[in-house]
Design a protein around this ligand. Structure first.
Ligand SMILES: C=C(CC[C@@H](C)[C@H]1CC[C@H]2C3=CC[C@H]4[C@H](C)[C@@H](O)CC[C@]4(C)[C@H]3CC[C@]12C)C(C)C
Ligand SMILES: C[S@@+](CC[C@H](N)C(=O)[O-])C[C@H]1O[C@@H](n2cnc3c(N)ncnc32)[C@H](O)[C@@H]1O
Length: 363
């Protein structure tokens, strides 16, 4: 009898633990499980040190001004956060307006499909995803449009994750992933029929550099759409509370400095684009994008306990607790940025590379 009681208790405890870690702990059906959390390409024992290194960029503000150091700093950031993002958010690392009656997953897909619809590309076209993450948008866009998508990301761990997901989804023929810097892309001039970037170019120290690269690889007459992270017309740089929110967003999201909405079209024109459309997709009638962050407050606490226990057991790297804590704080700054309207992660700009000027034949 005693053995039976012991057996039942152990069975219930093991079942409960499995449910807590694998069912509750995974917010997305196909995301990572909590037990698989890693530091990306960083060895388990070095995660904590790399987290400290990440913070040192902000402790010494001069470092961040050195533009050439930014891609390496962004790479470290994505080693630290990629698994947590996938586990707690899904395979698309961006926001989208909430859509009444639709799940987060559906709202995300709608936002991604809108990008490729704006590009007006035909099935079989070759399009670029600048800053592709683990490829959530790339797969949705390839499936929706029939285009062949080439994604580029600075982070090698994401390249491997994206390739694995592409294969699993049966989209590996249509989706290619390259590890590289979008400030110096390994692609020929005039070789793409369209390009998009979703919440990625905010990591570029100088927007001109990434926009001019995208301009270079696009065929004349083709379109580029970007969803940019910017401060809005409501942002006041002399209000300490607002400055704190914006700096909080920069620190928790590896941003070398948020730009103003006013700068985006200006930069696009400077590198040669014609600006066709510009719109903050977060503005009403769109529903708030930040509710998904707010509604997960209980889930955050559950995740925090889970991550702490897994690190204590030696299953997750120690530094993962710090990274999770940092994201928890960042979620609050992002929510405040959204609620006050001083920040948007979806300032959309649609541009065209002009048709090449016809060369008049000499007589
Ligand atoms: C475009 C970028 C990333 C945007 C978002 C995908 C991420 C920004 C903040 C992230 C998160 C914050 C809180 C985390 C939570 C504490 C954890 O338990 C589960 C994951 C989070 C919800 C996580 C998920 C991704 C974000 C929403 C930037 C970097 C340019
Ligand atoms: C917030 S994630 C968005 C990913 C993807 N667009 C999505 O929505 O799921 C930003 C992406 O930009 C990439 N990135 C940032 N700086 C980069 C650079 N200099 N070169 C290439 N990729 C970069 C990151 O590696 C990451 O994949």
């Amino acid at each position: 009898m005693e053995f039976f009681t012991l057996f039942c208790t152990a069975f219930l405890l093991a079942g409960g633990l499995y449910w807590f870690v694998c069912i509750l702990g995974s917010a997305e059906q196909k995301g990572k499980h909590a037990v698989q959390l890693s530091g990306g390409s960083i060895a388990k024992e070095n995660v904590q040190d790399n987290y400290q290194q990440y913070w040192s960029f902000f402790r010494r503000p001069k470092e961040i001004e050195k533009a050439e150091k930014v891609p390496a700093f962004v790479d470290t950031f994505y080693n630290l956060v990629t698994d947590i993002y996938e586990w707690g958010w899904g395979q698309s690392f961006h926001f989208s307006p909430s859509v009444p009656g639709k799940s987060h997953r559906e709202a995300t897909r709608i936002h991604e499909e809108m990008a490729v619809d704006l590009l007006n590309v035909k099935p079989g076209a070759r399009i670029l995803d600048a800053g592709c993450g683990v490829g959530g948008p790339m797969r949705a866009i390839a499936a929706h449009s029939g285009a062949n998508v080439v994604g580029i990301t600075i982070n090698e761990y994401q390249v491997n994750r994206a390739r694995t997901h592409n294969k699993k989804a049966g989209l590996d023929k249509q989706c290619e992933v390259v590890c590289g810097n979008f400030l110096q892309m390994p692609f020929a001039d005039n070789s793409f029929d369209g390009a998009y970037s979703i919440e990625a170019t905010c990591h570029a120290p100088k927007l001109e550099e990434v926009y001019s690269e995208i301009y270079r690889i696009l065929k004349p007459g083709c379109l580029y759409v970007s969803y940019e992270w910017v401060t809005t017309e409501l942002y006041r740089g002399d209000d300490p509370e607002q400055v704190e929110v914006i700096q909080g967003i920069e620190r928790g999201d590896a941003l070398p400095g948020l730009r103003s909405y006013k700068d985006i079209a200006q930069v696009a024109k400077t590198v040669g684009f014609e600006v066709i459309k510009e719109k903050d997709l977060a503005k009403p009638p769109a529903n708030p994008w930040w509710t998904r962050l707010k509604m997960g407050r209980i889930a955050y606490w559950r995740n925090h306990i889970l991550v702490t226990v897994l690190a204590w057991l030696g299953i997750a790297p120690k530094g993962v607790v710090d990274v999770h804590e940092m994201l928890f704080v960042t979620a609050d700054y992002l929510t405040r940025g959204g609620e006050t309207g001083i920040f948007t992660p979806m300032h959309m700009i649609l541009c065209r590379k002009p048709e090449s000027k016809s060369v008049s034949s000499s007589t």
